[in-house]
Design a protein around this ligand. Sequence first.
Ligand SMILES: Nc1nc2c(c(=O)[nH]1)N[C@@H](CN(C=O)c1ccc(C(=O)N[C@@H](CCC(=O)O)C(=O)O)cc1)CN2
Ligand SMILES: [Mg+2]
Length: 292
Amino acid sequence: MAAQRLDGRLLAAQLETSMAAAIAAGLAKAGRPPGLAVLRVGDDPASAVYVANKEKACARIGAKSFGSHLPANISQAALELELHELNKNPAVDGILVQLPVPASINDRALLQVLDPNKDADGLHPLNLGRLLRGEVGPRSCTPAGVMALLKQAKLPLEGMRAVVVGRSILVGQPMALMLQQANATVTIAHSRSLNLEGICRDAELLVVAAGKPGLIGANHVSPGAVVVDVGIHRRPEGGLCGDVRFAEVEPLARAITPVPGGVGPMTVTMLLLNTLRMWAQRHALAEPCQGL
Ligand SMILES: Nc1nc2c(c(=O)[nH]1)N[C@@H](CN(C=O)c1ccc(C(=O)N[C@@H](CCC(=O)O)C(=O)O)cc1)CN2
Ligand SMILES: [Mg+2]
């Protein structure tokens, strides 16, 4: 049987419709739309695409984006000052620093300067701690997007053997926590793991966030597994690919995310949802998209 495609573009469009309605409904009481500030540092070409996608998505749902593009040679102190200003700005509900930042910048120190209640990416230590403790707070966008896709597809996670390949703070670690909190039995594999093929073949759900184009092939996947590909890479010859060799793996899988059109659009949607929730909280409005 053909694998079910987990269509991130479609779910993102549906959630955007709900978010646009929530903004329209809350605008009179709030007196202003939700505001998202996006800080881009330097000229990473992929970051330029992602930031543009975020700004366009804000416009589609009726949120306001505040973009700052800063030079690669900006100092840590000047960047921190920008963040302090955004923390104080009453029109801004969510703030994010687009990653990666130039090597001269300490990204972890930057994230600590963010007001945790304006942390649109859920990466402030307090919010990662809230996730660890299962408490309410903004969640890291990519793993939250994966959870939303799995939920929409009604793929039961209870008791499932899940393997997450990758242990980054941005994706792998929060992904593993979210799956564990959904009662999956989770293994984290990484670049130093021995027998990666064997570990992955044991998975009923395989989430790949290794950042290595085409790392995962048919030898890593057991028939009937659900495969989620978080990787996004620009091929030298043009076009995008993921960490999973899609053509090889799709015939084996029960369900699979494509690249593009899978997890990527959901990352942007969950960023909007985090921002919208912080706006709603500030103005005592009902929580948008409950249950996600
Ligand atoms: N501060 C953050 N930085 C980064 C994050 C993040 O969540 N927060 N994640 C990635 C990049 N990312 C979001 O910023 C991101 C990645 C992919 C997409 C996306 O829409 N992908 C499309 C293809 C778009 C294209 O390249 O043409 C898809 O997969 O269909 C959006 C956002 C690293 N940095
Ligand atoms: Mg650095």
